[in-house]
Design a protein around this ligand. Sequence first.
Ligand code: GDP
Length: 424
Amino acid sequence: MITAVVGINWGDEGKGRMVDLLAEQYDIVARYQGGNNAGHTVVNERGKFILNLLPSGILRPECVNVMGPGMVIDIAHLDKELTSLRAQGVDVGAGNLKISDRATICMPYHPLLDGLEEDRMGAKKQGSTRRGIGPVYSDKYMRKSVRVGDLLFRDVLRDRLADIVEWKNLTVEKGYGHEPLSVDAMYDWLMRYGDPIMENICDTNLLLTDAADSGRSILLEAQLGALRDLDFGIFPYTSSSCTLAAYAPLGAGIPAKRLDNVVGIMKAYSSAVGGGPFVCEFSGRQADELREAGGEYGAATGRPRRVGGFDVVASRYGVRLQGATELAVTKLDVLSGMEEIPVCAAYELDGKRVDEFPLEPALERCKPIYESMPGFTGDITGCRKFADLPKQAQDYVRFMEDAVSCHIRYISVGPDREQYIDMG
Ligand code: GDP
């Protein structure tokens, strides 16, 4: 069984929490795109863990975790993440962490260039997390990047690095007027953070296809949501990678045809980080209350998130893009206590109702058409069956299901592992 777990919305849907739960049924968890620009928060009996790069299955000792070739890996950040996990008592070694030899290394000059460009853009900046993701993917497509497997071939690495750094300095020094990069410093950095992961490097295509052939189950874990996909998301306010399930097998290293299921994670309301159109956005007290109730602050950056009601137009688009076969709704408990639950049922563009997600220039001009659903009260974090939920909460979930035409399999009613309902 090969399943992709992906985000339906703008990211931060609670994918980490759902992967942590679902990983129990899988032998292998693989990350397939992105880098340390987003964070998953996982809470379990061992504590609270923030994972930026590592697959969420890392908290289960028997699970093999794969960082796929589609990823961009800042190995200094990886070192920090591994050190902090080990300090929290998590055992990570060559047996349970496999890093693709074809994954791209996010070098120190990538966050540097990300920041220099955002600063140059000033008020027009894209709201990058400044973790270097855009620059490192650009270099990959320019075929001027260092890959994890290069660490195994040190005799050629230094020359290759010298060529890349010479080219990079055209931008860093001559373009932005920054102090030039030094080949020695970059090489030393690669050795310092490369050495501790040498044992983890492998051919993940071989590993995953062998595993699939021998009947082992694989979960492919996304970072960010459909609306941040480079091709289909809200451009240019997207990530620089492909967040869709269609890319999951490729970015992990298994043939696309082998993907069996796509579980879409959809939040009971909306949240987004960074700039760009966010039609359903709340403002003022309504936003503050929801942000506080949901703890909507970035796991990687601590930035307050923008929030709004459930967005039917955007979520339906997300479900379609992902080709979700079933959904998990998260954070339903956060809505408890609202007298009425506002739902963004459609958009209005130049006086006309819009039901399909428009292209950015039109999206910028859209206004939300809000309707409201009856609210519910009480603590629902203890509910384990659909029938345990207040009637209004049940109606709300049914409404979401109808709105996006996809079966809701799981309802998450709290951050802890067991706080969920399985609808079957
Ligand atoms: P991800 O990047 O999609 O994994 O999302 P984040 O980790 O950024 O955000 C999810 C946050 O919501 C984390 O702090 C989770 O512990 C928390 N969370 C996940 N599901 C639920 C839920 O059903 N209820 C509540 N109250 N919190 C949840």
